[in-house]
Design a protein around this ligand. Sequence first.
Ligand SMILES: Nc1nc2c(ncn2[C@@H]2O[C@H](COP(=O)(O)OP(=O)(O)OP(=O)(O)O)[C@@H](O)[C@H]2O)c(=O)[nH]1
Ligand SMILES: [Mg+2]
Length: 402
Amino acid sequence: MESTPRANRLAIAFFGRRNVSKSSLINALTGQEVSLISDVPGSTADPVSKSMELLPIGPITVIDTAGLDDEGELGAQKVRRAKTILNQADLAVLVCDASNPDKSWEAEWLKTMPSRGGRVLVVENKADLAAGSAAQGDWLPVSVPRVRVSAASGEGLELFKDALVALAAQSPAEPSLIAGLFPRNSLFMLVTPQDPQAPKGRLILPQVQVIRDILDHGGLVSMADFADLESQIKSLARRPDLVIVDAQVFGRVAKIIPEDWPITAFSIIMARAKGDLHPLAEGARHIDRLKPGAKVLIAEACTHHAMKNDIARERIPKLLTEKVGGPLNFEVLAGNDFADDLSSCDLIVCCGGCMITRGHFMARMKKAMEARVPMTNFGLTLAHLNGYLDRAMAVFKNDGSA
Ligand SMILES: Nc1nc2c(ncn2[C@@H]2O[C@H](COP(=O)(O)OP(=O)(O)OP(=O)(O)O)[C@@H](O)[C@H]2O)c(=O)[nH]1
Ligand SMILES: [Mg+2]
């Protein structure tokens, strides 16, 4: 279970005012000392994540956050981080104190929830302190599920888990990576060069995910290395419904296969899985309109040691500069989030987002859209600069969900 990539887990953020017992509730849910607990308001500063299995949902990540009513300069920083997590989460648990009858802060906060999908569960904790007093529900819209628990005594914890599971079950089903767009029994030909750069003895995650998606949708997989492709395609009993290739061999495979065979790249499929494909492709096409001196924000979602020929710091900037025909003004950002002000950017080029959830990637897209800055990703940028974006996108032409 621990091996499930974090990007594929349901992310559940716990939020609320200071000292309402967010951390205590997470510790009670996980049965572990995930977060520090104290009666001093403001104990949790940075968000704290813990992976766990919540049956029957499966692997989830719970995220503890600082109180959203924190004050002062440091408090404002804590609140900013907590809000970032809240915007990226799949589900939100609003924790409040059952013994405090004043729920005006919570009522105000709930009003903002519909704009982010409204997937929220209210937990009134410290029920042991409110024993005898009936739960006052008039501040709460009836559509929002609510449970009353006591992390201290354990009362109501099972109901809390059941409510979480019920809310998670309402989550829209994961969209199919690709095969759901095709009828059952469709044939997919995968071309994946197992060259020295490929990991020894195994396939990489996007390849495994696409194979699994094809099997889940009743499709057939035929898979080839690039080396003998020309002779291998002759032995196919029928024309594939789609050829899916590693980006680096797109051009060469496209030359070998007949022109009317639909073809796309793993990177395009993964871009569709993470975000809205068509606006991202538009973002890549926007490169044609960039002029020397334009500001390009290159954003990686995770921090890692930059290697020689690093895609974010060297390859993409070099290719973009060549394409535009003059120097560009690059800013490279690695880590959790964009700067607050994107208005000075002409283009945002994100990484594929393999380490972050779709919700997180979509939050980035929303921010770019609000700032009216075109956004794309590495895979689509390379597809456009290498001249195969339109052909690789053709299969998604009528795919409104992308
Ligand atoms: N009586 C009672 N006290 C509780 C319960 N759960 C937590 N507390 C107490 O409430 C206080 C705050 O708990 P925390 O879990 O640190 O609260 P928090 O919301 O994470 O607080 P911040 O991180 O400071 O925002 C602590 O003194 C806990 O012992 C409960 O079910 N009953
Ligand atoms: Mg805390």
